[in-house]
Design a protein around this ligand. Structure first.
Ligand code: MG
Length: 508
């Protein structure tokens, strides 16, 4: 044990991120071409924990799995509660990461335009935004750390580009913007004039469209019926694009740095009275309101995304490298079963049907296994996330990436439309929490805990997070980590935010 910690510490002190030996596949991965490059960010725990080197070392002890939480004298924005614990030994370091930030969305202003991705300067002007992110890394902690440092800045910068539209929620955002970002209207602002304008423009030919030289000009789309786009969907679009840009950034920076592995990303943004939750992976967010559970995310796994993955394999069979079949069968097929009939399903099906087995069906299934053991191409157990650009099927040149998508699903909750008590919360956690504790168990535990806790205690949400974490980790017994029910506790890294929906209302 001691040598293990020493080993971990020499890695920490050296600032190097070890390459993961514990991919969720169990089959390992090709390490790519980043050997010898410095890490993009050194390993650490979230800055807000403010760990001393001794505590950082202590946090890596798999034998005792200490629960890390906020210090009594430190506060997170929005009275957020937080707790985390390392895994039971599946990887040397904690591959989960988290971030919690208060940011300000500013319009980019000419030459004073702030450089993208810069740290917040503390200048409290602009639209306030609260951000929470949990990242569950695999095959190393590099991608999770990079995302925990940068994703919220990307989101802030993208929001800045539409800030002038968001500040005016009474009118829907214009569909077209001039190059300088100001609203652009094809002809007249009145909607009723669009048809007349279309006819006039057609008569005069395309030249008439060049009313404003700066405009994005595509005459073919200009005069058709316009869709009404909500402000809400503008923020959703920002989140979706920021995830993709984060993924591209990791790929780009891998030319100069080591950014190991990949990560699931779950991000929540509170802004202008709404809560947006974007999820790419198998972490989960739920709202607990009046002891009732409101799911705020869906998990993306080989099972939940089977049809999307199979369809991609069907459309682009070359991605399967002649090794895999996009068809799913209830079990592997023996060569002797050629010509027999076997149950199957493809990308068009939810149910099962019989088909006659042909040679191609003998290939390994694109999706194989059940539940937490289900894998894409026998390699990875999640289907959305950031990073993993080097991830290949073991001993092959088949890339996982096109099957692994960085696109999040975004859900919106209207904070201003609902009244919230001090015990109504958003819980965000990595799969280490949810693997062993159901939504209802989490809701019951949080509600019971908070109702017995002084509403003015600034630590109440952190203590609730700690309570959740202990329930999922369990205690170390002779036969491993056990829950009170004697079921096996979670051996994974566990990260939990408990965020009061009433937010800063009670903030001192
Ligand atoms: Mg996990």
């Amino acid at each position: 044990m001691i040598s293990k910690v020493k080993n971990a510490m020499s890695t920490l002190v050296g600032g190097m991120i070890p390459h993961g030996h514990h991919h969720p596949s169990g089959t390992g991965q090709n390490s790519g071409s980043s050997e010898g490059l410095p890490p993009r960010f050194p390993y650490g725990r979230p800055d807000f924990l403010d760990l001393t080197p001794e505590l950082l070392q202590y946090s890596t002890e798999h034998a005792s799995r200490p629960v890390l939480m906020l210090r009594r004298d430190s506060r997170l924005p929005w009275r957020t509660g937080y707790a985390e614990v390392i895994n039971a030994g599946k990887s040397m370091l904690n591959e989960d990461q988290a971030s919690c930030e208060k940011l300000f969305v500013k319009k980019p202003s000419g030459k004073h335009r702030s450089s993208p991705l810069q740290e917040d300067t503390g200048d409290a002007t602009g639209i306030p935004l609260h951000f929470w992110g949990v990242y569950d890394g695999h095959a190393g902690s590099g991608a999770a750390i990079a995302a925990s440092k940068l994703l919220h800045r990307l989101i802030r910068d993208r929001l800045g580009e539409v800030a002038h539209l968001l500040e005016n929620p009474a009118s829907p955002p214009p569909i077209c913007l001039a190059k300088n970002g100001s609203p652009y209207q094809a002809t007249e602002s009145k909607k009723g004039a669009a048809a007349a304008a279309a006819a006039a423009a057609q008569q005069q030919g395309e030249g008439a469209a060049a009313e404003e030289p700066d405009a994005i000009s595509d005459p073919s789309i200009r005069y058709h019926m316009e869709k009404v786009v909500s402000m809400e969907s503008l923020v959703m679009g920002v989140l979706e694009n920021a995830f993709r840009q984060m993924d591209e950034l990791i790929e780009k920076e891998k030319a100069s740095y080591t950014i190991s592995g990949g990560c699931c990303a779950l991000a929540a943004v509170q802004m202008l009275g709404k809560l947006y939750v974007a999820n790419a992976g198998d972490s989960r967010a739920i709202i607990i309101r009046n002891d009732e559970v409101i799911p705020m995310s869906n998990e993306f796994t080989p099972e939940s995304e089977r049809q999307r993955l199979q369809y991609l394999g069907f459309l682009r069979p070359e991605l399967l490298g002649n090794e895999f079949t996009h068809m799913e069968f209830p079990r592997r097929i023996q060569h002797s079963e050629l010509g027999k009939k076997m149950l199957f399903r493809d990308h068009t099906m939810t149910g099962w049907a019989y088909r006659t087995i042909v040679e191609d069906d003998l290939k390994f299934p694109l999706i194989y296994g059940e539940g937490k053991k289900a894998r894409v191409m026998a390699t990875i157990g999640v289907t959305r996330g950031l990073g993993d650009h080097d991830l290949k099927v073991y001993n092959s040149n088949i890339h996982i990436k096109p099957f692994l998508s960085c696109c999040p699903e975004v859900k919106v909750y209207d904070l201003s439309e609902n009244k919230h008590g001090p015990d109504d919360v958003l819980v965000m956690g990595t799969d280490g929490l949810w693997d062993v504790t159901t939504d209802q168990e989490v809701a019951d535990a949080v509600s019971t805990f908070l109702s017995g806790c002084d509403p003015s205690d600034p630590m109440r949400y952190t203590l609730a997070a700690q309570d959740l974490l202990m329930r999922s980790r369990g205690v170390l017994k002779e036969r491993g980590w056990r829950l009170p029910s004697d079921r096996l506790g979670s051996g994974d890294d566990i990260t939990v935010f408990v965020i009061p929906l009433a937010g800063h209302e009670g903030e001192s």
